[in-house]
Design a protein around this ligand. Structure first.
Ligand SMILES: [Zn+2]
Ligand SMILES: [Zn+2]
Length: 721
């Protein structure tokens, strides 16, 4: 039985990471999956027991740019002997990095080779690493094992890690000297390398007043005053009979979890790695020293570049591979109805990835679900009043329903990062927690929405979302072709941001109606809209428009959200921008956030905007059954609108309370009328044209629009308190 101290939970481990390795030919052959990563200008191979599929996105950890070299793992069949050597290599290497090796060979707690090839009850991290660029460098593996098991040693030269045998310990070399090196030269070196700041500090630590001696003499003299512990230890062991001419002052190699000493692990940013030289096992700031004569010091038989790569990135790469595997599993379950890159995004919580997470797709998904369910319910002619429709729609889009259908796919998500300082050695450790991090119902619903968004933007086809509905037993039954085909995209011209609010310009060309003439014939309205509409009478009649308004509301919301999302991603969500943001070179508030999409949505869909638009295009003149009170209210607000300069983008929204709500309702019900007969093509032609300059304005000025609304909300909060 494993002791509890040997158990670590890092969340659910996908089979690609935790399965056993498959053996063939009576256990004489083992199947490996090689995963190649390009890391800056180096290449790294990680071996997994099952196949991985990768997206083509790169990512950054501790200032290293990492991308999977291929879209899938490469298969390789090796002999059992070779596999055993790889496992031994890993056990020995990681036990060195985690300082579990008291002796030079196996740590007592090390896992057995069988734990990699036997079907296991407990989840374990079964990812292995190997030296090599294009293929596994078995020669290096063997050299390492020879050194460990057969004591084939190589004297230390430079630029590698070093070890001494008795007792076995790994070091980085601090300082090389000979019998003539002066003590003061060494002290200067310590200051130059920022291990101490002042000479007086060193003198105090080393307890020396007389600097006019050699370093060799300093260690050799029994009559000098007692110095710091590590110096006293060196003096005790010092043997002046040595035939060595050169000596090394050493520091114990740092523990793998100490690699990025000052890092912000949430964002995987390390100030030391941001320099040209990244964190390395060869550099330590420890003040404790050890001494070795050149004949006692040996070169660690694995290239430092490779050991550093493992030390700097291994545990985070495991976390990233968990993400890849979970993405791949969702992708396969979904029969490719969304792009793998988007699924990566949809199953990430903000705690795993601040920039690329489900929040980016959630609002798009929310609107597509709302639109499709509204259209489906509208098709049912039996549902003849708006409140019945609304309550049925609410049932379908609540967190409860969405989290219920979410659970059907049994998706696994990324809800946190592995904290590299807390990760323990997977070559000795059993990782046995099958439970994943828990998601709230709200989070599950958000992820469900995000995946719907991901499905939709693959090709901007409703059919992909509907396929996902089927897969998750959402309960979708819509059939009317006009509602579920075509796409909602508006073609935007490449115009520079003039900063002038569109209505200010449009008003100069075509002002608001001077004298409203009520109850005009609908033929004239059809002429204005540019199409014949058989249900226009229903849409414009005060007592009758409710059902159409119910549908129109969802149509316009979706039209705005889908187009704003697409345009915003084009401008503010490039890979480069995300990258710069992670590195702190780009203010994170400048990156598109879900809050911004929400603001864009309300600034184009509130009663102020839609009501003003409806009045501007004269909808009130064709309304049927407007009472005198409403007409008076309309005339009053029209007078104000005629005077309004629209110098600021927010002015239009400030009319929200003054414009009778019926105006935005008519604005919506006419959109539904067009949809029923002409589908999305018709809606885009009429409403897309009217909305185009405003969407473009909001997208291009999203930061000022966002900041303004943030300020308003803050003031509302203050007033409340
Ligand atoms: Zn670092
Ligand atoms: Zn409405």
């Amino acid at each position: 039985m494993t002791e509890t101290t040997n158990v670590q939970s890092i969340g659910y481990l996908p089979p690609q990471i935790s399965s056993h390795y498959i053996t063939f030919e009576k256990g004489s052959k083992v199947l490996l999956f090689l995963n190649y990563f390009q890391i800056d200008d180096q290449s790294l191979i990680l071996i997994s027991p099952r196949n991985f599929e990768y997206s083509n996105l790169s990512f950054t950890m501790f200032s290293s740019n990492i991308s999977p070299t291929y879209r899938t793992s490469k298969k390789l069949l090796v002999s059992m002997e070779q596999f055993k050597s790889i496992v031994s290599f890993n056990i020995l290497l990681f036990c060195d990095l985690y300082q579990n090796n008291s002796a030079k060979t196996y740590s007592k707690q090390a896992r057995s080779v069988e734990s990699f090839i036997n079907p296991n009850q407990c989840d374990q991290v079964n990812i292995l690493t190997v030296p090599g660029e294009q293929e596994i460098d078995f020669k290096k593996v063997q050299q390492f094992l020879d050194c460990k098991f057969k004591s084939i040693k190589q004297l230390y030269k430079s630029n590698s890690l070093a070890y001494m045998d008795s007792p076995y310990k790994l070091y980085d070399v601090l300082y090389r000297f000979d019998k003539n090196t002066l003590l003061i030269e060494y002290f200067r070196f310590l200051i130059d390398n920022q291990i101490y700041n002042e000479l007086s500090d060193i003198q105090q630590h080393y307890q020396v007043t007389n600097l006019d001696i050699t370093l060799y003499k300093f260690f050799d003299s029994k009559e000098l005053p007692n110095s710091m512990n590590s110096v006293q230890a060196i003096r005790k062991k010092f043997n002046n009979q040595t035939r060595d001419q050169h000596f090394y002052l050493l520091q114990q190699m740092k523990h793998i979890n100490q690699m990025h000493h000052q890092a912000d692990y949430q964002n995987l940013i390390c100030p030391d790695c941001q320099n040209t030289s990244k964190c390395s096992f060869l550099v330590s700031k420890s003040q404790q020293i050890f001494l070795a004569g050149e004949s006692e010091l040996f070169a660690y038989p694995v290239p430092i570049e490779y050991v550093n790569l493992i030390g700097r990135l291994f545990s985070q790469l495991i976390c990233q591979m968990m993400h890849y595997a979970k993405t791949q599993n969702v992708y396969n379950r979904m029969n490719n109805i969304a792009q793998i890159e988007r699924i990566e995004e949809a199953i990430s919580c903000p705690s795993f990835n601040l920039e690329r997470n489900y929040q980016n797709l959630e609002m798009l998904g929310d609107s597509v679900i709302k639109y499709l369910t509204s259209a489906m319910l509208f098709e049912d002619k039996g549902l003849n009043n708006e409140s019945l429709l609304s309550s049925l729609r609410i049932k379908l889009i609540t967190n409860k329903h969405l989290s219920d259908v979410y659970s059907i796919l049994q998706m696994r998500t990324m809800n946190s990062k592995i904290h590299y300082k807390k990760v323990r050695n997977h070559m000795t450790m059993t990782i046995n927690d099958v439970d994943d991090f828990k998601l709230s119902r709200k989070q599950q619903a958000d992820i469900y929405e995000a995946i719907c968004g991901a499905c939709y933007i693959r090709d901007y086809e409703f059919s992909d979302v509907i396929k996902f509905f089927k897969l998750t037993n959402f309960g979708f039954q819509g059939v009317f072709p006009n509602f579920y085909t075509g796409n909602c995209l508006i073609q935007f011209p490449d115009v520079q941001n003039s900063g002038i609010y569109p209505l200010k310009q449009q008003k100069q060309i075509k002002p608001f109606v001077q004298n409203s003439i009520y109850n005009q014939s609908l033929d004239k309205f059809e002429q204005f809209l540019g199409c014949k509409l058989s249900r226009l009478n229903e849409a414009m009649t005060v007592e009758d428009y409710e059902r159409l308004e119910f549908l129109g509301d969802a149509i316009l919301e979706f039209l705005i959200v889908a187009n704003v999302h697409k345009e915003c991603e084009k401008y503010y969500y490039s890979q480069d921008q995300q990258q710069m943001c992670r590195e702190g070179k780009f203010e994170s508030k400048l990156l598109l956030c879900p809050g911004m999409l929400h603001i864009a949505k309300i600034s184009l869909l509130d009663n102020g905007f839609m009501g003003t638009m409806a009045l501007y295009y004269g909808y009130h003149q064709y309304a049927i059954g407007l009472c005198q009170d409403t007409q008076n209210e309309i005339e009053k607000v029209l007078e104000a609108l005629r005077q309004e300069e629209f110098n600021e983008f927010y002015l239009i929204n400030q009319y929200s309370t003054q414009i009778p709500k019926i105006m935005s309702d008519l604005w919506e019900s006419v959109a539904a009328c067009i949809m029923i007969e002409y589908g999305w093509e018709g809606v885009v032609k009429v409403y897309g044209e009217m909305y185009k300059p405003y969407i473009q304005y909001v997208v291009q000025n999203i930061y000022s629009v966002y900041d303004y609304h943030q300020l308003i909300n803050r003031n509302i909060q203050i007033e409340k308190n």
